[in-house]
Design a protein around this ligand. Structure first.
Ligand code: AMP
Length: 281
């Protein structure tokens, strides 16, 4: 992988990378599509990173449809798939980790101790191996992409992080490899994350800039769905991921909730624009 990417860089070509954990869906393929327009060669990686899963999490049952993934990436015309083994990425005696302070302790990091350390470590390793000019991530994992941007800045990495919009199912459910955990009865309930964020979007569009009020709107819709168990539902600053009282800068409404055994996350971006608030679901 290193040799291939190095050759391309020497030929002054723009190297792109789309890192994934596999079980590919239209959200992943949207990243590939965008990247293919901007990069050649474009590499995708599939690596189910054990270090970003806590012991009681779903690593062992995470879907691994490798043949279908390869077909999708071939159809999407990526130039190569980087598919390392866990033992290649973390050989015996592996000892080095990346900790992004502050951001790693809040929200997703608080609910999933060690998760962001695993994410930052593997993304740095992927960036070192491929040394892409551009790497593509989804805004669905808003805190993850903010963490990666922080790492890139702090460690003077030469990779540009490109953030792509959230791809959703027809009822608004954000696409996720974990959606396959939902039973037929649970599936309709899973759209409550989107319904709740949509209610916040409507309130913000009406000019509600009070974060406490927006949080109330968010939680009220979530509480109306008995199949959903909320982990967190917050309005936070888009840079620091600290709570805010008013929307005066870019903010996120963030939700994490369990529906059955699926842990789902979603978010809404809220941006002040003069007197108005603009939203991106
Ligand atoms: P994962 O395989 O879950 O690690 O995701 C790989 C990349 O795809 C990450 O950058 C995710 O943010 C992105 N991604 C996952 N689901 C979506 C989605 N529904 N829309 C946009 N990007 C997504």
């Amino acid at each position: 992988m290193k040799e291939k990417a190095r050759e391309a860089r020497l030929e002054q070509r723009v190297v792109g990378l789309v890192p994934t954990m596999g079980a590919l869906h239209a959200g992943h393929l949207a990243l590939v599509e965008r990247a293919r327009q901007e990069c050649a060669p474009l590499y995708a990686s599939i690596f189910l990173n054990p270090k970003q899963f806590a012991p009681q999490e779903d690593l062992s049952r995470y879907p691994r449809p490798l043949e279908a993934d390869i077909q999708k990436l071939t159809a999407a015309r990526v130039d190569g798939l980087f598919l390392p083994e866990a033992a290649e990425i973390y050989p015996r005696g592996y000892a080095t980790y990346v900790d992004v302070e502050g951001l790693s302790d809040r929200l997703e990091g608080k609910s999933r101790p060690g998760h962001f350390r695993g994410v930052a470590t593997v993304v740095l390793k992927l960036f070192e191996i491929v040394q892409p000019h551009r790497a593509y991530f989804g805004r669905k994992d808003a805190q993850q992409v903010r963490l990666i941007e922080q790492m890139v800045r702090d460690l003077n990495l030469d990779t540009e992080v490109v953030v792509c919009p959230i791809v959703r199912e027809a009822d608004g459910l954000a696409m996720s490899s974990r959606n396959t955990y939902l039973s037929a009865e649970e599936r309709p309930a899973a759209s409550v994350l989107h319904r709740a964020l949509n209610a916040v979007a409507e309130a913000a569009a009406r000019g509600v800039g009070d974060a406490i009020e927006l949080q109330r709107v968010l939680r009220k819709v979530l509480e109306g769905e008995r199949r959903a168990r909320v982990d967190y539902a917050e309005i936070v600053d888009a840079e620091t991921f600290e709570p805010v009282v008013r929307i005066t800068r870019r903010c996120y409404a963030l939700v994490a909730a369990y529906v059955g055994r699926a842990r789902l996350i979603d978010n809404l971006l809220i941006k002040p624009d003069g007197e108005d608030l603009r939203v991106e679901l």
